[in-house]
Write a protein that binds this ligand. Structure first.
Ligand SMILES: [Cu+2]
Length: 216
């Protein structure tokens, strides 16, 4: 009986070798070496374009205690976002394209949200983001509120966690370009080339700025 199973095992082993997947771990720290949360890593093939990406599932962006939660929402083109006001006061959300310095600025959408009333469902609105790039979120009523929607045109994109690490699993092996975005960085972050041969490759970034932790 055991002998009969051998060919099956051999075939499985061969399939594993042929379709080897790679993992990329990207560690991001700030100028002080402190891990940076909510940086976005996206990976594209070194030549050609990334495989087509489908819209992400509906993402919820809450307005809570004068903040956008999450601060950075990562989606793909054509994805729907729902903004929900959890605060007992009004917000007037505005979204623009471009960077935080006003370069390539263009209004994208805006909507007023009434205050949350106890016992009632919070007010919300939905939008679809079509173009790849970074969407800046703000509020006409509260200038301290800032948030971001990163629309990634690659199936291989991830946000860093509290440990400053973004993990991308199931990448094919080969040559890739790694792009890092972080909201506070003022310098252009160079695109890094990486050759993935599996099983895990680690690359590190250090930002030129200090990134303050958000208040809870
Ligand atoms: Cu507001």
């Amino acid at each position: 009986m055991k002998k009969k199973h051998l060919p099956v095992l051999l075939v499985s082993a061969l399939i594993c070798l042929v379709s080897e997947a790679a993992t990329l771990k990207v560690m991001v720290v700030d100028a002080d070496g402190v891990p940076v949360e909510e940086a976005v890593v996206s990976v594209h093939p070194a030549s050609g374009t990334a495989p087509k990406v489908l819209p992400s599932a509906l993402s919820i962006v809450k307005q809570e205690k004068m903040q956008f939660v999450p601060k950075v929402t990562l989606v793909t083109p054509g994805s729907k976002l729902r903004f929900v006001n959890m605060d007992p006061w009004d917000h007037h959300i505005r979204a623009t394209t471009g960077n935080q310095f006003g370069v390539d600025y263009a209004p994208l959408f805006q909507a007023r949200e009434n205050a949350l009333v106890e016992g009632k469902a919070p007010q919300s609105f939905e939008v679809t983001v079509d173009a790849a790039g970074v969407v800046l979120l703000g509020c006409h009523l509260h200038s301290s509120m800032t948030g971001y929607v990163y629309v990634a045109d690659s199936p291989w994109a991830a946000k860093t966690g509290v440990d400053g690490i973004a993990t991308l699993d199931d990448l094919p092996t080969g040559d890739f370009k790694v792009t890092l975005w972080q909201a506070n960085e003022i310098k252009t972050i160079p695109v890094k080339g990486v050759t993935l041969i599996g099983p895990t490759t680690v690359i590190n970034y250090q930002l030129s700025v200090k990134v303050r932790k958000r208040r809870a």
